[in-house]
Design a protein around this ligand. Sequence first.
Ligand SMILES: Nc1ncnc2c1ncn2[C@@H]1O[C@H](COP(=O)(O)OP(=O)(O)OP(=O)(O)O)[C@@H](O)[C@H]1O
Ligand SMILES: [Mg+2]
Length: 611
Amino acid sequence: MRDYGYSEEGHQGSLSDFGLWKRVLRFSAPYKAGLIAAVFISFIITASTLTLPHLVQTAIDSYITVEHLERALRMAGLSHIALQYGLLVVAVFFATFIQILILEWVGQSVMHTVRQRLFTTILNLDLTFFNSNPTGRLVTRLTNDIQNMNEMFTSVIVTLFNDLLRLAGILLLLFYMNPRLAGVMTLFMPVALVITIIFAKFARERFREIRTKLAKINSYLSETLAGISILQIFNRQAECKETFESLTGEYLQKTLKQIKLFGTFMPLTEFLSSAAVALILWYGGGEILQKRLTLGELVAFISYMRLFFQPLRELSQKYSVVQSAMASAERIFQLLDKKSAIQETPLATELHNPEGRLDFQNIHFSYTPDSQILSDVSFSLEPGQTVALVGTTGSGKTTLVNLLLRFYEPQHGNILIDGHNIKDLSLKNLRQVVGVILQDVFLLQDTLLANIVMETGCNRQKVEEILKQTGIDRFTNKLPQGLDTLIGEGGMTLSTGEKQLLAFARVLCRDPAILILDEATAAIDTESENILETAIADSFKNRTSLVIAHRLSTIRRANHIVVMRQGKIVESGTHDELLAQNGHYALLVAMDLENDQSTNDVTAPAVETLR
Ligand SMILES: Nc1ncnc2c1ncn2[C@@H]1O[C@H](COP(=O)(O)OP(=O)(O)OP(=O)(O)O)[C@@H](O)[C@H]1O
Ligand SMILES: [Mg+2]
């Protein structure tokens, strides 16, 4: 089965990567006060928790087991201690509550910033990046990874500190109280340590496996759902079910393995802690008999031991959480550091009211190093001229448009607008000067008007004017709520032809000097076709237009035709000239007429024969 490129998800973060810690902390710099407060509260919590066994000890030794004091005095002392105990417990409760609030606030705020930055970075990356990074993976970065990184704040930075503080505090106290007894207890320390380390190692491995499996499930799911209609057409439900079954089966296996591991480790630490208590009970009891230890001291000692084993058990679990948080942080930072391969020059020029001259000069281009897509493509469009680009499917027509819009950079050659290299224009300006109508029309889930206006801020009146002028209003007037009709999910679904009409209105709203039209290959219903004809004719007027044409009617309208084949220009001229040459173009036209006269699609049917 395919790996879905998710081996990366198994990547381990290193705890000792100080650069990473520094960066995480830099993000939390605005919340420094909060973090310092949280650390301070840690001291309060630890001190209070560690005082509790001491209070029990005082209660036993000073009031319960002493015979010579008056009963009333003993009761008063006990009440006093009980009150102190109660107050401390309440203090711990509130301190913990406030600490959690602070940590969640810091964590969530930092994640908010990171999420925002990450999204902005992704928005501006070049298309080559998206070709090699599936959507599923990027979604994981913005959701799971951010969530994991949040753990850095809640579980790691302070809780870990809490635990270590407590462990150190208890050890000190125990040795201070009774060094011999503490010495006996430390016999257990190496065993506990070894078990913890072994567990952490296995847990890390299990954890990594589970995460990789989950990433695969997510990616398979998004892929399946995106292509659901194709799956249903080809009746692939059964295969999909099987693949999913095997993916989730593996996930289940790994999860069960992890549960088994935890199931062994948890009782083991419990066993160890109880065995230590038994030993201390035996040894400490002997000490009491020899009057070298008081009962209160023994009880306190046992309480401290219990408190000692608890964080030890949690530490090993937290270790894997830290690991995954570090790995997530590392992946997030890697993505944050990505720079788009397409950069604007620092002193970008802006073209205002361009004439619309367009030159392609010796363009060589390949998406990947091993396949040449365009070789030495050169041609020019005079201001106001309409040029049709014709060629079999895959000959590189859309690629040329991608280069013009600077979605990719040619390896060799230049594209000029009014004599300016497009590399010297700001991307914003370039994409204002060049208006494009692509084969796939992207729709917002909004009203038709919003879909046409988008970022331009064009008012309704202007839009209506454009629609009327181009005849597209014949389509919009028929819609139930006209321009206010909702499009997309939950609203109206548009046909290919209708989408093209919308795209025309959209691009004319921007009134670009250069218009690029990548005609839809799918056959368009006759009604839209008629409206489209007028819209096309009107849009080409007074504008430099480059049309990747599939329909004879559009091609005929062009002043000049450029014929492409396998990434090269093979012929150019007017319709009549090219027909007279009786070359590739004549063949394309002839085959189209032979195949299907009604669709007028010159390129698509010719694919089989010409490839
Ligand atoms: N993002 C990409 N990464 C790698 N190769 C690509 C990419 N996009 C297109 N190609 C390849 O580049 C070649 C030219 O594709 P292009 O989309 O330019 O063809 P086209 O002439 O527009 O075809 P059509 O008439 O079907 O739209 C094809 O062989 C295609 O496989
Ligand atoms: Mg194309």
